[in-house]
Write a protein that binds this ligand. Structure first.
Ligand code: COA
Length: 197
């Protein structure tokens, strides 16, 4: 198992990893009618706009990724301008039955969401990390995170934040172990952050 930079040919596999870890770290394949929807939100724009901050675990094929953004506010602006409009056309409101997970994320992609300015002020970068079960628990998550933190530091981001669901207790323990602290908490989840050094 090695860590390497993202390559354009990885895209579909990374969308698939996003889906297979999309249920609070577990496989969400059975929960979505559209297998690409989650990836269009949590993977695609990162690969498009910050390809140099995307790293892949490879064991003959992608088995995990970390995706970073140096400047969250700038990323949100370019997504609003370029990434969301075609997806909003592709997935109009009501594309999926009310109450389904697809419907929830379609609704979400029609909202102009922005990160909390108080968090972004001190933690301008953000990230997503997802490993398939075969790559988990072997130190690869830590190695991937260290690779991204170094790249973010070199790119000039002093600190990074992330969001994690309350039910994903394993990921919360992992982030705490890696020095992330909770910046904001709600019943649904928390925002955590740490310096990139
Ligand atoms: C969460 C995840 C990224 C962690 O990666 P990993 O490769 O399994 O973790 P590592 O083996 O690198 O562990 C790194 C450190 O965290 C600790 N850790 C990991 N899971 C832990 C847990 N459940 N409880 C306590 N410590 C834990 C390890 O002991 C290790 O400590 P050390 O390096 O000081 O010895 C990975 O399991 C994963 O992708 N899960 C599914 C998707 C997901 O939930 N992503 C996060 C969405 S917010």
């Amino acid at each position: 198992m090695i860590i390497r930079p993202y390559e354009p040919g990885d895209t579909d596999a990374l969308y698939d990893i996003c889906l297979r870890t999309g249920d609070n770290g577990g496989d969400a394949t059975d929960q979505f009618a559209d297998p690409r929807l989650l990836g269009e939100i949590f993977v695609g724009p990162y690969l498009r706009y910050e390809p140099d901050l995307a790293f892949v675990i490879d064991d003959g094929g992608p088995a995990g990724y970390v995706l970073g953004v140096r400047d969250t506010a700038a990323f949100e602006r370019v997504c609003e301008r370029e990434w969301w409009p075609p997806l909003r056309e592709k997935y109009p409101p009501g594309s999926f039955p009310a109450g389904s997970r697809d419907a929830y994320y379609v609704e979400r992609l029609h909202e102009s969401r922005t990160a909390d300015p108080a968090i972004v002020a001190d933690h301008p970068a953000h990230l997503h990390i997802d490993l398939l079960p075969r790559a988990q628990g072997r130190g690869m998550g830590r190695a991937l995170m260290e690779r991204l933190l170094e790249a973010l530091y070199v790119a000039g981001a002093p600190a990074v934040h992330l969001g994690v669901g309350a039910a994903n207790t394993r990921a919360i323990a992992f982030y705490e172990r890696l020095g992330f602290r909770t910046l904001r908490q709600s019943p649904n989840g928390r925002t955590m952050g740490r310096p990139t050094t």
